[in-house]
Design a protein around this ligand. Sequence first.
Ligand SMILES: Cc1ncc(COP(=O)(O)O)c(C=O)c1O
Length: 343
Amino acid sequence: MFASDNAAGVHPAVLAALAEANRGHALGYGADDYTARANQAFKRLFGEQAESFLVFNGTGANVIALKGLLRSYEAVFCSAESHLWIDEAGAPEQFLGAKLITLPADNGKIRLDDMLPRLGDIGFQHRSQPRVISIAQCTERGSVYRRDELQAICDFARRHGFYVHIDGARIHNAVAALGGDCKRLFTDIGVDVVSFGGTKNGLMMGEAVVVLNPELQANYAVIRKHGMQLASKMRFLAAQFLAYFDQDLWLHNAAHANRMAACLAEQLHTVPGARLMVPAETNMLFVEIPNAWIAPLQQQAYFHVWRADSRPGFSEVRLVMSFDVTQADIEAFIGTMRRLATG
Ligand SMILES: Cc1ncc(COP(=O)(O)O)c(C=O)c1O
């Protein structure tokens, strides 16, 4: 149950929308009314100039998003803990043919200072040319870049001729945590392209590449096909997003998951032996627990061990809350922890 937010099922409203879309025929490859309406919904979120390109999955969204931003002799800055670097099986390197330059992660976030030494590479013929800063919002540690932090990254990028890409596989958790709207949080401060997640927050499958910079939009349709992420029955991706945005379901789901994480974090303080490793900002918690607790807790609600033997006798585990986790699930989990703590 706490392994990942993609272990949760499909939200009933999304499932109903899929059934509803399954009537009659519609033109393929996005030439249907559902896709047109989904694109309008993204414009309402990010501003009129945004163009969206629906894709199947998060890795696909990231590589398609980046493909439109750089050439093979250029490079992407990303964190050393990023999904891009660690968990995409080399797809970015293979598909982009470009270099990834990793930066140390500070609670999941990159620091501008760590890019400074690479600025000397610009124009130097022996070096890959930095072109894109890619950050995850929220990060792989569940932390969130504040708007001013993101603004500073975008300003830095502009000064040096870089583009900014957001890996938003969990953008909903970040937006729910920050409050405010996507236009203010991303478009207005100069983000160029967003990988907009959906699967981790109630969709069956489906993400979107949302291109905010109008100067970059022209090639994305072809890039998506070239990258094997063009769905012929696109209406079924689009219909999910329509349900997702209807009455802000996406934000309700994410806010609920964040609340469940906050609730679990609060209760963890009452369990001797459990230690929260980073502040709870979104829907993910990183908690150090005695190794002996892992198996019995996993039996109750499966989760992944993040860092085995983080210190002798203890491991750091990741607990991820989904849209359908309940207060009762949290209480049952904490109850088991307390029993284990008191022997
Ligand atoms: C931060 C982040 N980005 C991207 C992805 C990619 O998602 P997918 O597994 O759909 O390729 C994930 C999935 O776990 C993720 O956590």
